[in-house]
Design a protein around this ligand. Structure first.
Ligand SMILES: Cc1cc2nc3c(=O)[nH]c(=O)nc-3n(C[C@H](O)[C@H](O)[C@H](O)COP(=O)(O)O)c2cc1C
Length: 390
């Protein structure tokens, strides 16, 4: 595999040479990017000699004339590992600052990122550094935490670069994950649906689409090809997913039935409206009486219909439950003929709808259950896909 090793300006930069060797011993090809500050500690010549590959610093350096190296290298990399990562580089990664070769490649690359911080304990624990690390964690960056110990300036605390073995192991975990859904197609329904009452009003629900977007991102990180059938929401779906926009439950069903036969794994994360107005009024309904009734008719059950027509497929549903009682979810799993159902406790306001975090309980048709624990939606999504893939 192709590993792009980024080295930033920490005293621990010299240890990146050992990491490069260790990664090569595992059979990887290693190219290096140094920041300007890293060059105060180590040289490109060291890494070029060790890896027999070029080492770049400046985004305007072009080993092949006329080719943009930052784009070529971003596409070349199967994984990006930044070790040691300074507080400055971590903050840049969190916000997408791209002012040198390393940070520009990081923004341009869709490869998974492993970050191993190294710095003075006060810098590591600072509010700004912790906030930046939190942002990286929500982007599924794998953070190899620094160790407690004596740091170069004489202070003691958490800040020493993790061991080379730990960093190399994190790279292997990320690379293995990247292979786990390689060649597979994952179909995801996501977000709410909107059921029109008239030309300006509709019935909908609180789904933000964030869980579906997280599942799409996780599936891509695991090497899958991804189709998302997305109801209206402002959720940010990954650019490399094929996102098909729909509005109503009926539109969602049409698209789901279209894509399901070519999918290997189907995840129904959308909150599809159970009912829709029987009649959609043209124009705008006017205020008249003190009360008015809206006649509703049942919508198709998207995931159940997909399951009925695709019996051999592995299909995972979602259930938003207002309590910890699982009996409804268990009945839903059996009634719809699903492989498993992921249950969200929507009575817990720290998780679920519109939150950045979630906690899932997975119930399999076999009766087995497992819990994700409270984590980012992306963390839950990776856990879910790992739990249901073979
Ligand atoms: C001797 C020395 C050692 C340093 N060690 C670290 C360090 O371990 N971690 C860190 O975050 N910054 C460290 N710094 C500060 C960074 O080098 C500085 O913030 C720099 O701007 C980082 O740039 P870069 O992220 O582009 O490499 C050190 C600075 C000096 C002068």
């Amino acid at each position: 595999m192709n590993v792009l090793l980024g080295v930033s300006g920490s005293v621990a930069a010299y240890r990146a040479a050992d990491l490069a060797r260790e990664l090569m011993r595992s059979g990887h090809t290693v190219r290096t990017c140094l920041t300007d500050s890293a060059q105060k500690f180590v040289t490109p010549a060291l890494f070029e000699a060790l890896t027999s590959e070029p080492c770049l610093i400046d985004a305007f350096e072009e080993p092949e004339r006329g080719r943009m190296a930052h784009i070529d290298w971003a596409k070349w990399a199967d994984v990006l590992v930044i070790a040691p990562a300074t507080a400055n580089t971590i903050a840049k990664l969190a916000y997408g600052v791209a002012d040198d070769m390393l940070s520009t490649v990081a923004v341009a690359s869709s490869a998974p990122l492993v970050v191993a911080p190294a710095m003075n304990p006060a810098m590591y624990g600072s509010e700004s550094n912790q906030a930046a690390l939190k942002i990286l964690a929500t982007k599924a960056v794998s953070i190899v935490e620094p160790i407690d110990g004596d740091v170069a300036c004489g202070d003691h605390g958490q800040g020493k670069l993790a061991t080379i073995a730990e960093i190399a192991k994190a790279v292997e975990v990320v690379l293995t994950r990247k292979q786990s859904l390689k060649g597979k197609r994952v179909l995801i329904t996501s977000g709410p649906t909107q059921e029109p009452i008239d030309d300006v009003r509709f019935l909908t629900n609180k789904s933000s689409g964030k869980m579906g977007a997280a599942i799409a991102r996780a599936a891509l990180l695991m090497g899958a090809e991804v189709v998302v059938i997305a109801g209206p929401s402002s959720a940010a779906y990954p650019l490399s997913a094929n996102v098909v926009r729909v509005r109503t439950a009926e539109e969602m069903l049409t698209q789901a039935l279209h894509f399901a036969p070519t999918a290997d794994l189907i995840i129904g994360a959308a909150a599809v409206a159970d009912y829709r107005p029987e009649v959609k009024v043209a124009g705008k309904l006017r205020r008249k009486e003190a009360t008015m009734s809206l006649q509703l008719v049942a919508n198709p059950d998207v995931i159940a219909e997909v399951a009925k027509k695709n019996r051999s497929k592995k299909i995972i549903g979602f259930a938003a439950e207002p309590s910890t009682d699982l009996s409804e979810a268990q009945a839903k799993l059996a009634r719809k003929g699903l492989h498993a159902i992921a249950v969200n406790d929507v009575s817990n306001h720290t998780i679920g709808f519109d939150s950045e975090e979630n906690e899932l309980q997975l119930i399999f048709a076999s009766g087995e259950t497992s819990q994700s624990g409270h984590q980012s939606k992306l963390g839950c999504a990776l856990w879910l896909l790992e739990s249901v893939s073979d």
